[in-house]
Design a protein around this ligand. Structure first.
Ligand code: MIC
Ligand code: SF4
Length: 643
């Protein structure tokens, strides 16, 4: 039987297990990336593993999230990360150089390779025909130490594209349509693989927008073939020798197929406050807008910025709108400037910022109270912008700029003919500031600021677990709910005791206080949740910080992939209800007992009884043998040290 692109890359990197859907496999990892908000912890973990130098073909440490230096914390982390990169043999991309996914696509990604990144939007690399996956920092640290990356062999969801996008309709609209149809949990357990005749009309940057935004489907990753368009992109980057053709066999089989005729798509928009709350722009046109942000790893490539600049030539943005541009990379900004396209942005009133994540992760750029903010970003989870009750919409650069001009949500087709623009045949590389790995014998001192706290120790799983339900939440709880980001909290990412004070801050008055009261009396905590628990970011802090507070069990209807892996890595037992209706029977404050849990894990039992105030509720232990040992040991680092 023929193979899909994903299956070919998986087969070429398989080091443990068999490629049987639903079973655990171990993959060799060629490249890794980290960003600063997850990277400090990942490197503290790498140090704890005790390997002198990274063992991958290539590993890059990026600084792109924590750019606002309102005190010493973020600045200290940047210095720490530079020292770590020098000591352990990584490339280092400093602040201002760009968003990890955009820079990696431009300078390092290559067809057929595996990439593991401590950020959920790592699938951006799938636009180049690589198998690029997001994971928690500890999994990335293990990959840097030369260990396999373990995952459950996903199914393949084929998305067959035909036709060609109409003028003013963009790559963003393709994925908005997929999200509209499949929702934020539609991709769970799948790799989304794109095929069909429509592919030839999508450039690598278009494809990367699609694979990047595909993270919001909950998919393991998304991938495009490597074809002539891929060769062109690599040639423009001066890296044509890294091109190789990689396409699906004609008789490849997909586990599910969705057909999309690109020619039928219209400009779309995701309404507050979920990326799958999608409607046609024409349905919400006319709503007044206070802020328009073009940027983020989804839509801030040279193509996107050039489109925006070209549309703005001879036009002005509304004075009622704060129109802001966050270039994805130094390369994009350099080339935009060299082509004369920065000037139209400035003349149209744009506030042009440094390259980086910025408002996408709430690092500045919060919108005004109760007013609409339109963003070319990937997430509009409640409060992520920095304001509770925010009204954030997600859309293409074309919709964003048309709305900035008119001052209200606007179907860009109202602007008339789509203006033509071209991109350079050969890009300025824009990587002047990327540091090469230092030689093995270089003398390096790693400087640690006072906010960088050591990795906490955790105890192993007891024979019988006893605890209390400290919080009950509903469906689609995001890691932004569990461990919020934003300019105030992000600087604490390298300090688990300090950041744990903010766990569930937007949901509960003081979850950390409640947990402290419980643990000081010798108790432990559990959280009960609905479907798709832990969607969104890969931040392992959403597992690590609750664990630090004494949360040891999560009992939910279903988990998002990366979050479940992070829970296991830090020794939190991920249980799902056998009967989803039992969710109603477990109230906040209930006492829980799980008799014989340690032995149940080690004996490979697939079900366990949770006594809820003395009444039995059946729960599933959906875990591989490796997961079970890790959980019994109290987490991956404990297990690796003992193994
Ligand atoms: C995000 O978009 O939520 C982030 C910030 O990039 C995260 C990583 C993090 O929380 O540090 C992600 O997507 O994994
Ligand atoms: Fe940065 Fe936003 Fe992309 Fe996350 S989604 S990596 S915060 S730009």
């Amino acid at each position: 039987m023929g193979k899909t692109v994903a299956e070919k890359i998986l087969a070429a990197h398989l080091v443990e297990g068999e490629l049987k859907k639903g079973e655990e496999i171990g993959l060799g990892i060629d490249q890794t990336l980290t960003q600063d908000a997850t990277g400090t912890m990942a490197y503290l973990e790498f140090e704890a593993i005790g390997i002198p130098r990274v063992k991958t073909e290539l590993s890059v440490s990026y600084v792109d999230h924590n750019l606002v230096q309102s005190d010493f914390k973020n600045a200290d982390d940047h210095v720490f990360l530079q020292g770590v990169a020098r000591k352990f043999g990584l490339y280092f991309s400093p602040p201002g150089n760009g968003i990890c996914h955009q820079v990696h696509l431009e300078r390092f990604g290559a067809p057929g390779k595996t990439l593991l990144g401590s950020d959920s939007h790592t699938p951006t690399g799938g636009g180049l025909g690589m198998l690029a996956m997001g994971a928690g920092g500890l999994d990335v640290a293990m990959a840097m130490a030369g260990k396999p990356f373990y995952l459950i062999m996903p199914k393949i969801y084929g998305i067959r594209l035909t036709g060609k996008l109409q003028p003013w309709v963009a790559a963003r609209d393709v994925l908005l349509e997929v999200l509209r149809q499949l929702t934020v949990k539609g991709g769970v357990g799948y790799i989304m693989e794109y095929f069909g005749p429509g592919l030839e009309n999508l450039s690598v940057t278009d494809r990367a927008t699609i694979t990047n935004f595909g993270a919001e489907l909950g998919a393991t990753t998304s991938v495009f073939p490597s074809d002539e368009n891929t060769r062109k992109f690599l040639a423009a980057q001066g890296r044509e020798e890294q091109w190789r053709e990689l396409v699906a066999d004609d008789d490849a089989q997909y586990d599910a197929v969705l057909e999309i005729d690109l020619a039928t798509l219209e400009p779309m928009i995701a309404c507050p406050s979920s990326p799958d709350n999608v409607v046609k722009v024409s349905e919400v046109a006319g709503r007044p807008v206070a802020q328009v942000l073009v940027g983020s790893c989804t839509n801030s490539s040279l193509r996107d910025l050039t489109a925006v600049a070209t549309i703005l030539k001879g036009r002005e943005t509304s004075r009622e709108v704060s129109f802001e541009v966050n270039p994805g990379s130094r390369q994009a900004l350099e080339n935009l400037t060299a082509e004369g396209n920065l000037l139209p942005l400035l003349q149209a009133g744009a506030r042009v910022h440094q390259s980086g994540c910025l408002g996408c992760i709430g690092m500045g750029q919060a919108p005004p109270t109760a007013m609409i903010s339109l963003r070319t970003f990937s997430r509009n989870f409640p409060g992520r912008s920095g304001n509770q009750g925010d009204k954030v919409y997600l859309c293409s650069p074309e919709v964003a700029v048309a709305s900035a001009i008119k001052g209200c949500i606007t179907d860009p087709r109202d602007l008339g003919d789509y203006p033509e623009f071209t991109l350079p045949e050969k890009y300025l590389p824009g990587d002047e500031r990327i540091e090469q790995p230092w030689p093995v014998d270089a003398e390096v001192e790693i400087i640690r600021g006072p906010n960088i706290a050591p990795f906490p120790d955790f105890e192993s799983m007891p024979e019988t677990w006893t605890g209390k339900v400290m919080l009950k939440v509903g469906d689609n709880i995001t890691t932004d709910h569990i461990m919020p980001a934003g300019a105030k909290i992000l600087p604490l990412r390298s300090n688990i005791p300090a950041i744990s004070e903010y766990v569930f801050a937007s949901i509960s008055e003081c979850f950390a206080c409640d947990m402290k009261e419980l643990t000081s009396a010798g108790g432990f905590g559990a959280v009960v949740g609905g479907d798709n628990y832990g969607q969104g970011s890969s931040r392992e802090h959403a597992a690590l910080a609750p664990r630090y507070l004494g949360v040891q069990v999560k009992l939910v209807k279903s988990f998002a992939r990366i979050h479940k892996a992070n829970l296991i890595n830090f020794g939190i037992l991920p249980l799902t209800f056998v009967d989803a209706d039992d969710y109603e029977r477990v109230e906040q404050g209930a006492d829980l007992v799980i008799p014989g849990i340690r032995q149940a894990l080690l004996d490979g039992l697939e079900r366990v009884t949770v006594e809820v105030n003395g009444t039995p509720v059946a729960a599933v232990l959906d875990l591989s043998p490796r997961h079970r040992e890790i959980l019994a040991a109290g987490g991956l680092l404990n297990w690796a040290r003992g193994a």
